[in-house]
Design a protein around this ligand. Structure first.
Ligand SMILES: NC(=O)c1ccc[n+]([C@@H]2O[C@H](COP(=O)([O-])OP(=O)(O)OC[C@H]3O[C@@H](n4cnc5c(N)ncnc54)[C@H](O)[C@@H]3O)[C@@H](O)[C@H]2O)c1
Length: 345
């Protein structure tokens, strides 16, 4: 059961009635407790497990706390964990649910744009290992994903940007909606009805990729477009004690990887120009120094997706036409980092 709902409590009630869990636990953070939890009203008792906000919750200590809360609360293999929140909550909660007593039922109710269009779809769960992002995790499809776009009304602008970056990626990979975004931009954030349609199209696209390649053996890798460079930027910022939003990193990553693909004549210059103008119109540039480039290159080489020490990027040759994972020589990647800097200086 994956879909948009405009009557969240009814959809959740249906799911619970069909599955008859003996206990229901809800995983969420303080913001979500304030803004989103009141929208849920069901006749069964809900036991709330509160976690820290955002990325900070994705660690083994939090998992242990949740496993203990479940055990102390009497959770059995027939219990249900509802993950109400953004991608941090669904990644963490999905992992906890897939490992507690070897797996209990889990329902995702995403509350951020990024989670609605991306993180809640596809069954990748994960926590971080120190600074290594999503290093520990499982592939486990949730038993239900109930998307209630009304939750977006309280979402801060910076969180909207994170979702929009992934939607630009989907539009470029699928070819659908790309011209719209390029020419007209995104709909007004207050137009939730219009956003519901955009969200649904994105969910469908990601679901179609996952249904062909759940374990990321081939075509699912295209969803990494922009992320090799983005993860290196996030790593650099973290090491320098600076803040960088994931959306800003992904947007810059899409552009930097496309610059590299264009240098290798995989992506035509016209498409690079369009991507450049879309990214500049929608996102602030990411700032780094030329002296950071060797470190950025080193991190991209160590990326989970790298093969035999080569930098591997998922890029496109035209909108709607992903190319096979591209092995980018270090010298080319080096020039791409510098060109992005030059363009955004
Ligand atoms: N599993 C996947 O396939 C996948 C894909 C993409 C991203 N991710 C993961 O998703 C995580 C990021 O998730 P995210 O961007 O959804 O954000 P998040 O879960 O980190 O939450 C961001 C902030 O938004 C707040 N928030 C959530 N919903 C709100 C609402 N409706 N109103 C007001 N505030 C709200 C939260 O309290 C938090 O402070 C990362 O850890 C990333 O690795 C996973």
């Amino acid at each position: 059961m994956i879909g948009i709902t405009h009557r969240l409590s009814d959809s959740l009630k249906n799911f619970i009635s069909e599955n008859q869990p003996d206990k229901i636990f809800v995983l969420c953070d303080a913001n979500v407790i304030q803004y989103c939890l009141p929208a849920i009203s069901v006749e069964w008792p809900l036991e709330i497990i509160e976690i820290a906000e955002g990325e900070r919750c994705k660690n083994l200590t939090t998992c242990e706390n949740i496993w203990e809360a479940l055990a102390n609360g009497g959770a059995t293999r027939n219990s249900l964990l509802v993950c109400l929140g953004g991608g941090s909550t669904t990644d963490l909660g999905g992992f906890v649910a897939s490992t507690y007593q070897r797996g209990i039922k889990v329902c995702y109710i995403p509350t951020t744009l990024l989670c609605m269009v991306d993180a809640a779809i596809g069954g990748k769960t994960g926590i971080n290992l120190g600074g290594l992002k999503n290093y520990i995790g499982t592939f486990r499809m949730p038993d239900a994903v109930l998307v209630y776009p009304e939750f977006l009304r309280t979402l801060p602008d910076a969180e909207w940007q994170n979702g929009k970056a992934e939607m630009i990626k989907h539009a470029l990979l699928s070819g659908k909606g790309w011209t719209d975004i390029l020419q007209n931009g995104f709909p007004d954030q207050s137009d939730i009805r219009e956003w519901s349609q955009w969200i649904e199209a994105n969910m469908k696209f990601k679901t179609s990729i996952i249904s062909e390649d759940f374990a990321e053996n081939n075509i699912r890798a295209m969803l990494n477009f922009g992320h090799t460079a983005a993860h290196a930027l996030e790593f650099l910022y973290m090491n320098q004690g600076r803040q960088l939003s994931h959306g800003q990193a992904v947007a810059a990553g899409i552009l930097i990887e496309t610059i590299a693909a264009s240098m290798m004549e995989v992506c035509p210059v016209g498409l690079l120009d369009n991507i450049r103008s879309c990214i500049h119109d929608n996102f602030d540039p990411v700032a780094y120094n030329p002296s950071d480039v060797p470190e950025l290159n080193m991190v991209t080489r160590k990326d989970k997706k790298s093969k035999s020490g080569n930098i591997v990027c998922s890029v496109i040759s035209e909108a709607g036409k992903p190319s096979p994972p591209l092995s980018v020589p270090e010298t080319v990647m080096y020039k791409a980092w510098l060109q992005y800097l030059h363009e955004t200086a």
